[in-house]
Design a protein around this ligand. Structure first.
Ligand code: ADP
Ligand code: MG
Length: 255
């Protein structure tokens, strides 16, 4: 059984067909990249999977269960987390606090226990902190340093991206959807994040779908590449085959 299956998805905005008959399966432990020119529908596809938009037609199946129509919050609870092309962090909270927040929805103790700081709550809080630090440690000293306690607004753009990735992991997700994880990163940082994403899979046990423009990153880590153009899937397969596909070359040159 695939971890995620998209079956003949459609989504229009007014007269614009943003996603058209897209089917895709993602198996557990895979790293799948979605590429395509600007406006191809990549972010829309993530928004459909995560419940931000409802598909006009088609189904989204996660671990054998149909999830279309669920709210984003419920989709996260099912085990799908994402990062955004435009980051969505609480900029006045610290790095560590940002990574702690998404775990609160899994607390067993109620709000009263939290206010009273009961032993059961304190134990859960300690567990949450451990989880947060474990996820942040993927990024090494870039985040595991004095920066843990800095508000996000003082961080570099690259460190904000890293914090957002750690936050997505801390939700308890199995599947991570990363929207342009290397955006705003220089070549050295991009190389580093490429290795780290691979470690998310190899050491963290995550399955990963990413949208990315930097082809060296895509070529290096993808088990499979899917190409969208004008909302349609125009190619899928091995990185080398896909980038040499005349349809794909035309899609990029045609814009
Ligand atoms: P990509 O991420 O591949 O660059 P998007 O998925 O963001 O592309 O957008 C696909 C198309 O859908 C674009 O033409 C975009 O303008 C349009 N679109 C995306 N979201 C909306 C929306 N909420 N309302 C109207 N049009 C949208
Ligand atoms: Mg996009």
């Amino acid at each position: 059984m695939p971890l995620l299956e998209l079956r003949n998805l459609y989504k229009a905005f007014g007269g614009l067909q943003a996603i058209s008959n897209v089917s895709l399966t993602v198996n557990e432990g895979e790293i799948v990249s979605i590429i395509g020119p600007n406006g191809a529908g990549k972010s829309t596809l993530f928004n459909l999977i995560t419940g931000v938009y409802k598909p006009d037609r088609g189904d989204i199946i996660f671990e054998g269960e149909r999830i279309n129509g669920l709210t984003p919050d419920k989709v996260t609870r099912k085990g799908i987390a994402r990062t955004f092309q435009n980051l969505r962090l609480f900029t006045h909270l610290t790095v560590l606090e940002n990574v702690l927040i998404p775990q609160h929805h899994r607390l067993k103790s109620g709000w009263l226990a939290a206010v009273l700081r009961t032993p059961a709550y304190l134990k859960e809080e300690e567990e949450m902190r451990k989880t947060a630090l474990e996820k942040l440690s993927f990024f090494g000293p870039r985040l595991m340093s004095f920066r843990l306690h800095q508000p996000v607004y003082v961080l570099s753009y690259a460190n904000r991206r890293r914090t957002e990735m750690a936050r997505a992991m801390a939700t308890g997700a199995k599947l991570l959807l990363l929207d342009e994880p290397s955006a705003g990163m220089n070549p050295k940082e991009t190389k580093e994040i490429t290795q780290i994403i691979r470690r998310f899979r190899d050491e963290g046990g995550y399955t990963i779908v990413l949208v990315e423009h930097k082809m060296n990153l895509v070529g290096e880590i993808s088990d499979r590449v899917v190409v969208l153009d004008y909302g349609e899937k125009i190619a899928e397969g091995d990185y080398k085959d896909v980038v040499n596909d005349p349809k794909v070359i035309e899609a990029y040159l045609g814009r």
